[in-house]
Design a protein around this ligand. Sequence first.
Ligand SMILES: Cc1cc2nc3c(=O)[nH]c(=O)nc-3n(C[C@H](O)[C@H](O)[C@H](O)COP(=O)(O)OP(=O)(O)OC[C@H]3O[C@@H](n4cnc5c(N)ncnc54)[C@H](O)[C@@H]3O)c2cc1C
Length: 305
Amino acid sequence: MGLFTRAVMTAADHPKVESLVTRGRLARPVVQRFVAGEDLEDAIQAIKDLNSRGVGGILDLLGEGVENPEGAIQARDDYLASVLRIEETGIDTTVTIKPSQLGVSFDKAGCIDHLRAIAAATRRIKVGIEIDMEQSRFVSDTIEVYRTLQPEFGDLRLAVQAYMRRTPADLQAMAELRPRVRLIKGAYEEPEAIALQKRSEITAQYAHLIEWLFDHGTDPGIATHDEALIEHARATAERAGATSGDYEIQMLYGIRRDLQTRLAREGFRVRVYVPFGSAWYPYLMRRIGERPANLRFFLRALAGR
Ligand SMILES: Cc1cc2nc3c(=O)[nH]c(=O)nc-3n(C[C@H](O)[C@H](O)[C@H](O)COP(=O)(O)OP(=O)(O)OC[C@H]3O[C@@H](n4cnc5c(N)ncnc54)[C@H](O)[C@@H]3O)c2cc1C
C-alpha cells in the first residue's frame, strides 16, 4: 500500500472529513462517478444501461461493519428485496455481499444463515452470488463462511485478494473444491507483515494466481482494470484450452468504461460491480485512495471549483 493511499485512508477515518464529504453536496459529482445512486432503482437503471452494452452487472448494496443483529437483518432483507426486483426486471446481474454487512464480526452463524437465505433466493431465480473480501481481520471467517455454504451453493463465488501474503496457501487449501474465485488486487490498507505493498509484487502475485485459477479453479473471475493482467488471463486461458466463455472479466462502475465495452464486443463475458445505497463513504474513499488523480478531482469538487 503506497504512502498516498495510506494518507487518504487516514484522513478518511477522521469524522470531520467524513461529515464534510457526506453532508455537503459538493462531493456529489465524484460520488456519482463511482456509485450508481442511493436507491435500488438507480442501480437497476445502471445495470440496464450496462446490459444494453452487452455487459452484466454485479449488484452491491453498500454497507459494511454492521455492529448489531438488527443491522444485519436489515441488510439481509434489503438484499432479498433487491433479488425480487432483479426477478421483476429480468436484468442480467449477479449480487455481491460483504460478510461484515451480515454481522460476521459478532455472529458468524447468523451471518451464514443470512447469506444462506439470500443465496437460496438468488438460486431460485438463477442469479449468481458472490462474497466480497474485506479487511484482513475478516479473511479467515469469510473463508469459513464460503466453505460452509459452498457445498450447498456450488456457484457461490469468493473474492480473493492477491496482495495478501496468505492467499496462495488459502487457495491451495481450497483446491479440492475447485473454487469459483473473483481475483482482485486488494483495496484495504494492510501492514507489510501481512500484505504485499509494492505494485510490482502485487502484479506478479496476481499473474501467478491467474495461472493457479485456470489450473485449479472454476470459471475464474478476473477482476481488474489492469490491461496487462487481462492480457495475461487471455494468454493463460488459451494455453489452458479455455474459451472466452470459460472465465469472466469484472470491473468497477465508473472505471474503464471503454475497456468494458471493448472486451464485451470482442466476445468476453464482462460484468461490472454496481454499488448503490446511502452508505457510500468508505467505498468512495477506497476508490479515491487508489488514484492520485481522483483526489485532485475530489478536492477541486469540495472546494467548489
Ligand atoms: C469487480 C471488482 C470487485 C472488487 N471487489 C473487491 C473486494 O471484494 N475486496 C477488495 O479488497 N477489493 C475489491 N476490488 C478492488 C480491487 O482490489 C482493486 O483495489 C481495484 O480493482 C484497483 O486495482 P486494479 O486491479 O484495477 O489495478 P490498478 O493497477 O490499481 O489499476 C489499473 C488501471 O485501472 C484504472 N483504475 C483503477 N482504479 C481506479 C480508480 N479508483 N479510479 C480511476 N481509475 C482506476 C486506471 O486506469 C489504472 O491505471 C474489486 C475490484 C473489482 C474490479
